[in-house]
Each structure stands twice: as structure tokens, then as C-alpha cells.
Design a protein around this ligand. Structure first.
Ligand SMILES: C[S@@+](CC[C@H](N)C(=O)[O-])C[C@H]1O[C@@H](n2cnc3c(N)ncnc32)[C@H](O)[C@@H]1O
Length: 217
């Protein structure tokens, strides 16, 4: 909780200047990542740790209409509302929120994952909130090495917020139930997993732990 409050205060303090920190190359990376994700008008998007809403124009350009931003920092939320008054926003802790399970087709955690205390919970909650076939994307406009260095220099509140290793991230996706997992650390960071489509979700539900599907019927 202390870590959480310190971090919230940190982002509240940076919120008024946040958009000014972004370099043209950051926006180029956002564009590449959103091109890769390729959302569309049929998507229902949850933007976790949305900050001031950097992703909003990129998602709108792809035709996304149904969008919910969520952020724990009231300062970031105030900037978001100033820029994107027409968009839905929730102020709160994603790991404690009470959203309806199965309501989203895409959960994006952009430039935010290392700030969460409990990575397992982020994956488990995302899985619950996604419809069968929906995707969780955890991405950064920098690669892992640049990001860790950036956090080390950014101040005490975030200096230890490192991005976990690829293998650990894959483990979290798989443990939560995601399939088709991709993790790539290039000049930016991109990872994605899919909640299995309905048929295989139903098969999983009908399987009691330790029993094969046939035995569970
Ligand atoms: C580095 S900023 C990135 C903001 C935005 N995604 C962007 O790229 O500009 C990380 C954001 O995650 C938010 N955040 C951190 N922990 C959170 C939590 N538990 N629930 C919701 N938001 C959280 C912070 O308040 C902050 O706005």
C-alpha cells in the first residue's frame, strides 16, 4: 500500500507535464504497436494504466468506439478528462476493480506493467475480463533495457520497477490460461496472449483438476 501511494503521488506530480515528455519516436512506437494489435470497430477495449490517454487517438484511428480507460492516479485522470471528455474513464486500482467479467475483447497494459506489485493478479484479472478469444497485450514504447534504465533514473518511487524476463512473462500468460503467447523485445517491447475461444474454454471448465476431460463428464 505504501508503494502504491508513493507511485500514485509520483504520477500525480508528473501528470500536468506527461504529454510534453513524449518524443516523436515514442509516438512512432505507439503507432507501430497499435498497427500490430490491429483493433477495430468491433472491439471493446480496456486501457489499463491509461494515464492521460496517449493511446486514445491511435485506437480511434482504427475505428475503436467502445473504450474504457482506467488509472489509479487522479492527476493523470484529470488530464485524460481534459483531452478526452467523450471517453469513459475509471479512477482506481486495476487489481481491485469490480468490472463485469467477459466484457472486453482487448485489454492493453501500455507502458504500465512494471508499476504493478502483483503481476500474477494483472494476468488473472485480465483473463477474467476478456471474452473468449479476447487478447491481453502488455507493451512498451521502449525495449526492456531502455525501460529499466529509464525507471532507474526517473526517481525513487519507480527506480526498482523492472520489466520481468521474457520467460517469466510467458509463464504468467500461460498460468492465467492464455494461449498463442508472443513475447518480443526489439526496439520496443510487445507481448500478447489470447483467451482460448469459447469451445476450448467450455472444455476447460468441464475438466476438474486432476481429471481428463472424459473422466470429468
Ligand atoms: C508510465 S504511466 C503510462 C501511462 C500511459 N499508458 C502512457 O503510455 O502514457 C503508468 C500509468 O499506470 C498507472 N497505474 C499504475 N498502477 C496502477 C494500478 N494498480 N491500477 C491502475 N493504474 C495504475 C499510473 O497511475 C500511470 O498513469
Amino acid at each position: 500500500m505504501v508503494r502504491m501511494n508513493t507511485m500514485r503521488t509520483f504520477f500525480d506530480g508528473h501528470a500536468p507535464h506527461w504529454d510534453g515528455y513524449q518524443r516523436p519516436s515514442d509516438f512512432e512506437q505507439v503507432g507501430r504497436i497499435i498497427d500490430r494489435v490491429a483493433p477495430g470497430p468491433a472491439d471493446q477495449v480496456l486501457d489499463v494504466g491509461c494515464g492521460t490517454g496517449i493511446l486514445v487517438p491511435f485506437l480511434e484511428a482504427k475505428g475503436v468506439r467502445r473504450y474504457l480507460g482506467m488509472d489509479i492516479s487522479p492527476g493523470m485522470a484529470a488530464q485524460f478528462r481534459r483531452k478526452h471528455a467523450h471517453r469513459d474513464l475509471l479512477v482506481g486500482d486495476f487489481t481491485e476493480e469490480n468490472l463485469r467479467p467477459g466484457s472486453f475483447t482487448l485489454v492493453i497494459v501500455f507502458n504500465a506493467f512494471p508499476h504493478f506489485d502483483d503481476g500474477e493478479r494483472v494476468f488473472a484479472r485480465s483473463f477474467q475480463l476478456l471474452r473468449p478469444g479476447g487478447r491481453l497485450v502488455v507493451a512498451h514504447s521502449m525495449n526492456r533495457e531502455q525501460l529499466d534504465e529509464h525507471h532507474r533514473k526517473a526517481g525513487r518511487a519507480v527506480e526498482n520497477h523492472v520489466l520481468i524476463a521474457d520467460a517469466e512473462l510467458r509463464r504468467l500468460y500461460k498460468q492465467a490460461g492464455f494461449v498463442d503467447v508472443t513475447v518480443e523485445n526489439t526496439d520496443h517491447f510487445y507481448s500478447c496472449g489470447r483467451r482460448p475461444p469459447a469451445a476450448s474454454s467450455a472444455a476447460r471448465r468441464s475438466t476438474r483438476p486432476g481429471l481428463r476431460p472424459r473422466q470429468a463428464e
